[in-house]
Design a protein around this ligand. Structure first.
Ligand SMILES: Nc1ncnc2c1ncn2[C@@H]1O[C@H](COP(=O)(O)OP(=O)(O)OP(=O)(O)O)[C@@H](O)[C@H]1O
Ligand SMILES: O=C(O)c1ccc[n+]([C@@H]2O[C@H](COP(=O)([O-])O)[C@@H](O)[C@H]2O)c1
Length: 286
């Protein structure tokens, strides 16, 4: 399996970008365990409780079934260039993720690197995390001061993983890089079978961890957008501060979200109801 090591010159970064690591633990509690960081890539248009639940489910799974220790978790919203229907501007999506994840958890962070530039393949996104966490920050240390590399792992729903078996969506070398070098946790998603999702990925089975949903819940961003367009409530499907943000900014009222930040939003503080000076979104604005 090809191990690609990228250096700073291999990555493009948005202006004023700083890698967020304010909640990343860099000391291993148990030196016998392998340190990992979870990265969820997706549209997050908008972020829902299911996106956030994926991290909690992975945390329980890791504690009960593996010899890993989680040192941090990241949401990485995709670039506007992904051009998926319903994809709101990166600014709004990063703001909503920051409100939803950082304000409701003690260990999740939002990395805006992918969102505010050209489309980046998931393999490159994971390399970007690997570079910042292991090369720049120096990885983790045990209490005795021994250095350990932190393994980056992709966190995804079974619908995303099933696209990995569809011809022409992912390149073989990227799959080998993502599943061979890094590995993944796959959360069961209603309507997307786990077996069917992973059958053709069997050669990487040791790096693929399947997490069953014990409480069935099929909230999706598509349904949330549809509800808002029809004037239905989305409260309790996503964090309250994200619902407030959507209402205050009049988001998702029209069919197909505009990829651009509305003129009246430009230059405003990113988060309604008080700016977060330490947030990655605000660190990107000049
Ligand atoms: N209900 C869910 N159960 C399990 N995984 C989920 C669920 N909702 C989203 N995910 C996972 O979260 C990640 C990001 O998803 P994404 O932003 O595309 O959300 P989505 O709800 O699928 O969006 P959309 O409805 O716009 O396609 C993907 O890996 C996806 O599989
Ligand atoms: O890297 C690839 O080749 C690749 C192919 C298909 C999808 N992805 C990523 O998977 C995510 C899919 O998000 P979504 O909202 O379409 O479910 C998004 O982050 C994409 O960049 C990545």
């Amino acid at each position: 399996m090809a191990a690609v090591t990228r250096s700073a010159k291999d990555f493009t970064s948005p202006p004023n970008y700083e890698f967020p690591h304010h909640r990343l633990a860099l000391t291993l509690r148990d030196p016998e365990k392998t340190p990992i960081v979870l990265v969820a890539c997706g549209s997050f248009s908008p972020v829902t409780y299911l996106h956030l639940r994926m991290f909690e489910m992975a945390k329980d799974y890791v504690r009960q079934n593996t010899e890993f220790e989680i040192l941090g978790g990241y949401l990485s919203p995709v670039s506007d260039m992904y051009k998926k229907p319903g994809l709101l501007s990166a600014q709004h999506r990063v703001n909503m993720c920051t409100l939803g994840a950082e304000d409701t958890s003690t260990w999740l962070m939002v990395d805006p690197w992918e969102a505010f530039q050209d489309y980046q393949r998931t393999a490159v996104v994971l390399d970007h995390f690997d570079y910042h966490i292991n090369t720049v920050l120096g990885g983790a240390h045990t209490a005795d001061g021994e250095q350990r590399n932190i393994r980056i792992m992709l966190l995804a729903g079974s619908d995303l993983i099933s696209t990995m078996s569809e011809p022409g969506v992912w390149s073989y070398s990227d799959l080998d890089h993502i599943l061979g070098r890094y590995g993944t946790f796959i959360v069961e998603r209603a309507g997307s079978g786990m077996d069917q999702a992973t059958d053709s990925l069997a050669r990487w089975r040791n790096n693929i961890h399947l997490i069953s949903q014990l409480i069935q819940n099929d909230v999706s961003s598509t349904k949330v957008r549809l509800f808002i367009r029809r004037g239905l409530s989305v409260r309790y499907l996503l964090p309250a501060n994200v619902v407030d943000y959507i209402e205050q900014n009049g988001l998702y009222l029209e069919d197909g979200a505009s990829p651009n930040v509305p003129e009246k939003e430009k230059g405003k503080e990113p988060v309604a109801g008080g700016s977060r000076k330490d947030s990655p979104a605000s660190s990107l604005r000049s």
